[in-house]
Design a protein around this ligand. Structure first.
Ligand code: IMP
Ligand code: MG
Length: 181
Protein backbone atom coordinates (compact mmCIF):
# COMPACT_ATOMS: atom_id res chain seq x y z
CA UNK A 1 0.00 0.00 0.00
CA UNK A 2 1.21 3.46 -0.81
CA UNK A 3 1.01 6.16 1.81
CA UNK A 4 0.92 9.79 0.83
CA UNK A 5 2.72 12.14 3.20
CA UNK A 6 1.61 15.39 1.62
CA UNK A 7 0.17 16.95 -1.50
CA UNK A 8 2.17 19.89 -2.83
CA UNK A 9 0.22 22.27 -5.09
CA UNK A 10 1.68 22.41 -8.61
CA UNK A 11 -0.96 23.82 -10.97
CA UNK A 12 -4.06 25.60 -9.70
CA UNK A 13 -7.47 25.26 -11.31
CA UNK A 14 -7.01 28.83 -12.64
CA UNK A 15 -3.61 28.06 -14.20
CA UNK A 16 -5.07 24.94 -15.85
CA UNK A 17 -8.08 26.86 -17.20
CA UNK A 18 -5.82 29.58 -18.67
CA UNK A 19 -3.60 27.05 -20.38
CA UNK A 20 -6.58 25.11 -21.77
CA UNK A 21 -8.02 28.18 -23.39
CA UNK A 22 -4.68 28.77 -25.18
CA UNK A 23 -4.52 25.15 -26.28
CA UNK A 24 -8.12 25.27 -27.50
CA UNK A 25 -7.35 28.32 -29.64
CA UNK A 26 -4.35 26.63 -31.19
CA UNK A 27 -6.25 23.41 -31.93
CA UNK A 28 -9.15 25.43 -33.41
CA UNK A 29 -6.71 27.20 -35.75
CA UNK A 30 -4.92 24.00 -36.78
CA UNK A 31 -8.13 22.12 -37.68
CA UNK A 32 -10.00 25.09 -39.16
CA UNK A 33 -12.45 23.92 -41.84
CA UNK A 34 -11.61 20.26 -41.21
CA UNK A 35 -13.32 17.37 -39.46
CA UNK A 36 -12.00 16.40 -36.04
CA UNK A 37 -12.63 13.45 -33.74
CA UNK A 38 -11.38 14.15 -30.21
CA UNK A 39 -10.72 10.95 -28.28
CA UNK A 40 -10.59 10.95 -24.50
CA UNK A 41 -8.20 8.38 -23.06
CA UNK A 42 -10.07 7.27 -19.94
CA UNK A 43 -9.99 7.66 -17.08
CA UNK A 44 -7.22 10.13 -16.31
CA UNK A 45 -7.96 12.58 -19.13
CA UNK A 46 -11.65 12.91 -18.34
CA UNK A 47 -11.68 16.42 -16.83
CA UNK A 48 -8.94 17.71 -19.13
CA UNK A 49 -10.86 16.39 -22.13
CA UNK A 50 -14.26 17.81 -21.20
CA UNK A 51 -12.76 21.21 -20.38
CA UNK A 52 -10.50 21.32 -23.47
CA UNK A 53 -13.05 20.31 -26.13
CA UNK A 54 -15.31 23.12 -24.97
CA UNK A 55 -12.52 25.54 -25.95
CA UNK A 56 -12.28 24.09 -29.47
CA UNK A 57 -14.22 26.02 -32.06
CA UNK A 58 -15.01 23.48 -34.79
CA UNK A 59 -18.52 22.70 -36.00
CA UNK A 60 -17.49 19.23 -37.21
CA UNK A 61 -16.00 18.16 -33.88
CA UNK A 62 -17.07 14.74 -32.59
CA UNK A 63 -16.07 13.07 -29.35
CA UNK A 64 -15.29 9.48 -28.49
CA UNK A 65 -13.66 7.51 -25.69
CA UNK A 66 -11.15 4.74 -25.24
CA UNK A 67 -9.88 3.10 -22.10
CA UNK A 68 -6.35 1.76 -22.06
CA UNK A 69 -4.60 0.16 -19.15
CA UNK A 70 -0.87 0.11 -18.73
CA UNK A 71 -0.67 0.69 -15.01
CA UNK A 72 -1.65 -1.45 -12.07
CA UNK A 73 -2.67 0.08 -8.77
CA UNK A 74 0.75 1.52 -8.17
CA UNK A 75 3.10 4.12 -9.47
CA UNK A 76 5.34 2.17 -11.82
CA UNK A 77 4.84 1.32 -15.46
CA UNK A 78 4.19 -2.04 -17.05
CA UNK A 79 5.01 -2.48 -20.71
CA UNK A 80 1.74 -4.26 -21.49
CA UNK A 81 -0.99 -2.03 -22.91
CA UNK A 82 -4.57 -3.23 -23.23
CA UNK A 83 -7.52 -1.49 -24.85
CA UNK A 84 -10.44 -2.28 -22.56
CA UNK A 85 -12.93 0.08 -24.22
CA UNK A 86 -12.56 0.92 -27.89
CA UNK A 87 -13.89 3.70 -30.14
CA UNK A 88 -17.51 3.73 -31.27
CA UNK A 89 -16.89 6.02 -34.26
CA UNK A 90 -15.37 4.98 -37.58
CA UNK A 91 -12.16 6.98 -37.96
CA UNK A 92 -11.40 6.08 -41.59
CA UNK A 93 -10.45 9.25 -43.48
CA UNK A 94 -10.86 11.42 -40.36
CA UNK A 95 -8.54 13.61 -38.31
CA UNK A 96 -8.19 12.05 -34.88
CA UNK A 97 -6.78 13.82 -31.82
CA UNK A 98 -6.04 11.64 -28.79
CA UNK A 99 -6.35 13.54 -25.54
CA UNK A 100 -4.35 11.98 -22.72
CA UNK A 101 -3.61 13.05 -19.16
CA UNK A 102 0.12 12.47 -18.93
CA UNK A 103 2.88 11.01 -21.05
CA UNK A 104 5.43 9.38 -18.76
CA UNK A 105 7.42 6.49 -20.25
CA UNK A 106 5.43 7.07 -23.45
CA UNK A 107 4.77 3.34 -23.77
CA UNK A 108 0.97 3.55 -23.62
CA UNK A 109 0.50 6.01 -26.46
CA UNK A 110 3.40 4.74 -28.55
CA UNK A 111 1.61 1.37 -28.64
CA UNK A 112 -1.88 2.79 -29.18
CA UNK A 113 -1.28 5.45 -31.85
CA UNK A 114 0.03 3.08 -34.56
CA UNK A 115 -2.98 0.80 -33.97
CA UNK A 116 -5.34 3.65 -34.77
CA UNK A 117 -3.24 4.89 -37.70
CA UNK A 118 -3.67 1.43 -39.21
CA UNK A 119 -7.43 1.89 -39.20
CA UNK A 120 -7.01 4.45 -41.96
CA UNK A 121 -7.39 7.77 -40.16
CA UNK A 122 -6.42 10.81 -42.23
CA UNK A 123 -4.27 12.05 -39.35
CA UNK A 124 -3.58 10.92 -35.80
CA UNK A 125 -2.24 13.47 -33.34
CA UNK A 126 -1.57 13.49 -29.62
CA UNK A 127 -2.48 16.07 -27.02
CA UNK A 128 -1.33 15.63 -23.41
CA UNK A 129 -1.96 17.78 -20.37
CA UNK A 130 1.42 16.87 -18.85
CA UNK A 131 4.65 15.91 -20.56
CA UNK A 132 6.78 14.24 -17.89
CA UNK A 133 10.14 13.59 -19.45
CA UNK A 134 12.12 11.89 -16.67
CA UNK A 135 11.06 8.31 -17.36
CA UNK A 136 10.56 8.56 -21.14
CA UNK A 137 11.45 5.32 -22.89
CA UNK A 138 10.15 6.08 -26.37
CA UNK A 139 10.63 8.96 -28.80
CA UNK A 140 6.91 9.71 -28.93
CA UNK A 141 5.93 13.07 -30.40
CA UNK A 142 3.38 15.14 -28.48
CA UNK A 143 1.60 17.59 -30.79
CA UNK A 144 -0.05 19.67 -28.05
CA UNK A 145 1.33 19.87 -24.51
CA UNK A 146 -0.28 21.59 -21.53
CA UNK A 147 2.58 21.61 -19.04
CA UNK A 148 6.05 20.11 -18.88
CA UNK A 149 7.35 18.48 -15.74
CA UNK A 150 10.76 16.99 -14.98
CA UNK A 151 9.85 14.55 -12.25
CA UNK A 152 7.44 13.61 -9.50
CA UNK A 153 4.21 11.67 -9.19
CA UNK A 154 1.24 13.93 -9.60
CA UNK A 155 -2.43 13.63 -8.75
CA UNK A 156 -5.62 15.60 -9.20
CA UNK A 157 -7.66 16.93 -12.13
CA UNK A 158 -8.23 13.34 -13.26
CA UNK A 159 -4.82 11.95 -12.33
CA UNK A 160 -4.85 9.24 -9.71
CA UNK A 161 -2.72 7.38 -7.27
CA UNK A 162 -4.32 3.93 -6.85
CA UNK A 163 -7.61 5.42 -8.15
CA UNK A 164 -7.68 8.20 -5.56
CA UNK A 165 -7.41 12.01 -5.77
CA UNK A 166 -8.92 12.25 -9.29
CA UNK A 167 -11.59 14.71 -8.17
CA UNK A 168 -9.21 17.44 -6.94
CA UNK A 169 -9.59 20.65 -8.93
CA UNK A 170 -5.88 21.42 -9.11
CA UNK A 171 -2.80 19.28 -9.75
CA UNK A 172 -0.56 18.26 -6.85
CA UNK A 173 2.71 16.45 -6.41
CA UNK A 174 2.20 13.46 -4.11
CA UNK A 175 4.98 13.01 -1.61
CA UNK A 176 5.09 9.28 -0.95
CA UNK A 177 5.86 8.14 2.59
CA UNK A 178 6.46 4.46 2.05
CA UNK A 179 5.50 1.57 -0.16
CA UNK A 180 4.52 -1.35 2.06
CA UNK A 181 3.37 -4.56 0.42
P1 IMP B 1 3.21 5.90 -19.90
O1 IMP B 1 2.78 4.74 -20.73
O2 IMP B 1 4.37 5.56 -18.99
O3 IMP B 1 3.45 7.16 -20.69
O4 IMP B 1 2.07 6.13 -18.86
C1 IMP B 1 1.03 6.92 -19.07
C2 IMP B 1 -0.01 6.67 -18.00
O5 IMP B 1 0.57 6.45 -16.72
C3 IMP B 1 -0.83 7.92 -17.84
O6 IMP B 1 -1.92 7.93 -18.70
C4 IMP B 1 -1.23 7.85 -16.38
O7 IMP B 1 -2.42 7.10 -16.26
C5 IMP B 1 -0.12 7.12 -15.70
N1 IMP B 1 0.82 8.04 -15.02
C6 IMP B 1 2.10 8.30 -15.34
N2 IMP B 1 2.65 9.21 -14.51
C7 IMP B 1 1.67 9.54 -13.65
C8 IMP B 1 1.62 10.48 -12.56
O8 IMP B 1 2.57 11.20 -12.21
N3 IMP B 1 0.42 10.55 -11.91
C9 IMP B 1 -0.67 9.81 -12.26
N4 IMP B 1 -0.66 8.94 -13.27
C10 IMP B 1 0.50 8.81 -13.97
MG1 MG C 1 -3.91 7.38 -18.40
Amino acid sequence: MIKVKSLKPLFTAEAIADRLSEMGEQISRDYKGQDLICVCVLKGAVFFFTDLVRHIDNENLMIDFIRASSYGNGISSTAEVKVTKDLDLDIRGKNVLFIEDIIDSGITMSKLLPMYKERGAKSVKLCALIDKAERRETDIHIDYTGFRLDRGFIVGYGLDLAEKYRQLEGIYEAEIEEAVI
